[in-house]
Write a protein that binds this ligand. Structure first.
Ligand SMILES: O=C(O)CCC(=O)C(=O)O
Length: 231
């Protein structure tokens, strides 16, 4: 694989789709481990940092294709920062537009997210919404989003809305189970509501460049950790 070309495209558009990174059986294993970690049968709130309780999720985070991509981007060693697993059952509302680095406040080009589709995803079942090239704006303003509490969703998923210039047009890539969307730290993205009849499972993994500055956060208590390499 020519990672140099991938990174050029990533720097231009603010995202890059790595196809077929995980096999179907790997996705099933991650979903089954997440179901074991979940506390109650009817609680489908996303799981924070499931890699701490699951070897398969920790190994997925160190996937060689993802790590090679990020090493080519950082030109340095890659550390893990956080993971989040989404069950997203039918009727779950999606995330409002946001930039991941609003919260993490990492140095430029030192933080990146990998969003792993564990089912086929599209506009109807909660696929990611992306505003290509919006990462070039760097930090954008946000507004409070006042609405009724949504169910089965991260409590911060809909609390604010990032305001971006009208010139950016949104897209929802339809991707396959096992594909991964690499997301620039300043790319504005959101997700569609799940209007299908099945869960939309996904795993978000975030990564930090060695020795980069970032905000640990009082609640998130982010702490970079060494990845289990399967290179
Ligand atoms: O999985 C989703 O619905 C969106 C997740 C996301 O955008 C995020 O955690 O930054």
């Amino acid at each position: 694989m020519n990672y140099e070309n991938f990174i050029n495209e990533f720097n231009k558009k603010g995202y890059f789709i790595l196809s077929g990174v995980f096999e179907s059986k790997d996705c099933e294993k991650i979903i089954s481990e997440a179901n074991k970690i979940k506390e109650k049968d009817n609680n489908y709130l996303p799981l924070m940092n499931p890699h701490k309780n699951s070897k398969s999720i920790m190994e997925a985070m160190g996937n060689k294709t993802i790590i090679r991509f990020i090493e080519s981007y950082f030109k340095n060693e890659v550390y893990g920062l956080q993971t989040e697993f989404f069950f997203m059952p039918p009727h779950t509302k999606g995330f409002t537009p946001h930039q991941d680095n609003t919260y993490v406040q990492a140095d430029e080009n030192s933080f990146v997210s990998a969003w792993v589709a564990l089912t086929d995803v599209n506009e109807k079942n909660g696929g990611l919404i992306i505003w290509p090239m919006s990462h070039k704006e760097k930090k954008l303003q946000t507004l409070e989003n006042i609405e009724e509490k949504s169910f089965n969703q991260d409590p911060n998923a809909r609390s604010r809305i990032t305001i971006l210039p009208d010139s950016y047009k949104k897209i929802t890539p339809s991707i396959k189970k096992g594909d991964v969307i690499m997301i620039h730290s300043w790319l504005v993205h959101a997700s569609n509501d799940n209007k299908s009849k099945a869960n939309r499972n996904a795993l978000l993994c975030t990564y930090l460049k060695k020795d980069a500055n970032f905000r640990p956060g009082n609640t998130a208590k982010r702490k970079p950790f060494k990845l289990i390499s399967n290179l």
